[in-house]
Design a protein around this ligand. Structure first.
Ligand SMILES: Cc1cc2nc3c(=O)[nH]c(=O)nc-3n(C[C@H](O)[C@H](O)[C@H](O)COP(=O)(O)OP(=O)(O)OC[C@H]3O[C@@H](n4cnc5c(N)ncnc54)[C@H](O)[C@@H]3O)c2cc1C
Length: 383
């Protein structure tokens, strides 16, 4: 067993942490207050290589491994939880597109995405189908050398700002999960409309709905085989689920460290708060949880880097990490007393932001269904 990061990975953590502290942390709450999307920061992240970690060098990325990508997700989220989407979402898209997109799509979309110049969102969820994703109703009908897409996608991160969407649609509506295909749909294609939500958190992520009204895309904009998207592309979510876990833990760890500093300085009853076990023990408990899940997450990424099975581990990360992060940040707010409840500190925003990823990419219940299927056996699936 070797529990250490490589020298290169350790240096990468320092580079990302330094960048995030300087460039991201000071503005984290600004984007939340204004609702402005920080496009220039995505470009800056692109210049550092954060948006192209899993894109191969042939398309302008660095072809980094999964552990290295996890380090970036964790460090960026410490400074700006929402900016970590640039790492997490782009890593998912890179894997999906590198493996399954045609040359036409890769040539025109992968390199600008890796550079942080173009944003691509992933559009699976619909008003009538979220956890039960095989029930999506968006249709893609063949028309000579093209497909015509009609339907509504909901809850899509970056919907308001994306330059394109990877849209999941039914090419064989009778075939359930076996009739789903995926398509790259440019935002400016005729028939595409977006509507931005007023979210409780994730404000700078611009989540929203995407409406597709007879949107025509060329055949070579299909990503993966026809009818096979569910099986080919969904594997990418084993990756994003671990990255999301590290993203949430990064925000939690930062909050715990800020709170540790606070309780060492703040005095009550003649001594620092940290001397009271009623204060120190909850901090210690969450520190323990976060550290343990964090290492489990890196193990899941290590498995992925070696091509070993990790679906169960990814879902374990995804249900537990965000939940513990939310509880930890809540505790940090309480340990800051009345001041913790103000918007002067980033804690309340972190709590609102992290809650979103208890839902996004599949709720805890959905993950537990995956774990049950993988561990107990397919014959015990409830569907
Ligand atoms: C911040 C955020 C970002 C998101 N980003 C994206 C994105 O980029 N792209 C995208 O496509 N989607 C995105 N989503 C949508 C997200 O993936 C879905 O919201 C999620 O999968 C749940 O689907 P739903 O909202 O339809 O809830 P439902 O499926 O209606 O579920 C509602 C509740 O019922 C529970 N439930 C459902 N079925 C069962 C069951 N069998 N057993 C027990 N409990 C069950 C669920 O766990 C949940 O608590 C995002 C959501 C959020 C909040």
């Amino acid at each position: 067993m070797d529990f250490s990061f490589t020298e290169e990975q350790t240096q990468w953590r320092e580079v990302v942490r330094d960048f995030a502290r300087r460039e991201l942390a000071p503005q984290y709450t600004y984007w939340d207050r204004t609702g402005v999307f920080p496009r220039e920061l995505w470009r800056a992240m692109g210049r550092l290589g954060l948006t192209g970690l899993r894109v191969s060098e042939a398309y302008g990325g660095s072809g980094a491994d999964c552990v290295t990508t996890g380090i970036a997700a964790e460090e960026i989220a410490r400074a700006d939880f929402n900016a970590a989407y640039a790492v997490m979402l782009n890593a998912l898209l890179a894997e999906v597109m590198e493996s399954h997109a045609t040359e036409a799509v890769k040539a025109s979309w992968l390199a600008p995405m890796a550079a942080g110049e173009r944003l691509i969102a992933i559009a699976v969820t619909e008003p009538g189908a979220g956890s039960d994703v095989a029930q999506i109703a968006t249709r893609a009908e063949r028309k000579e050398n093209a497909y015509v897409l009609t339907g509504e996608k909901s809850g899509i991160s970056l919907a308001a700002v994306a330059d394109a969407f990877v849209v999941f649609a039914k090419t064989d509506p009778q075939a359930g999960a076996r009739g789903v295909s995926a398509f790259l749909v440019p935002r400016d294609a005729p028939g595409v409309e977006v509507h931005k939500y007023q979210d409780m958190g994730h404000v700078a992520v611009g989540r929203g709905s995407v409406f597709l009204d007879h949107v025509e895309v060329p055949e070579d904009y299909r990503i993966g085989d026809e009818h096979r998207a569910f099986y080919q592309l969904m594997k990418g979510f084993d990756f994003s689920r671990v990255l999301i876990c590290l993203q949430c833990l990064g925000a939690a760890m930062q909050s715990l460290e800020e709170t540790a500093d606070h309780v060492k300085r703040r005095r009550a009853f003649g001594r620092p708060l940290a001397q009271f076990q009623g204060v120190a023990f909850p901090l210690v408990e969450y520190h323990t949880w976060v550290e343990m899940i964090r290492w489990f997450s890196y193990r899941a990424l290590w498995l992925r880097d070696r091509g070993l099975p990790h679906t169960k581990e990814a879902s374990m990360c995804k249900w537990l990490g965000p939940q513990i992060a939310v509880q930890a940040i809540h505790e940090c707010i309480l340990l800051h007393g009345h001041y913790g409840y103000t918007k002067d500190l980033p804690l309340e925003q972190r709590l609102r932001d992290v809650i979103g990823l208890e839902i996004g990419d599949g709720t805890a219940q959905t993950q537990k269904m995956v774990i049950a299927r993988e561990w107990l056996g397919k014959e015990y699936k409830p569907y």
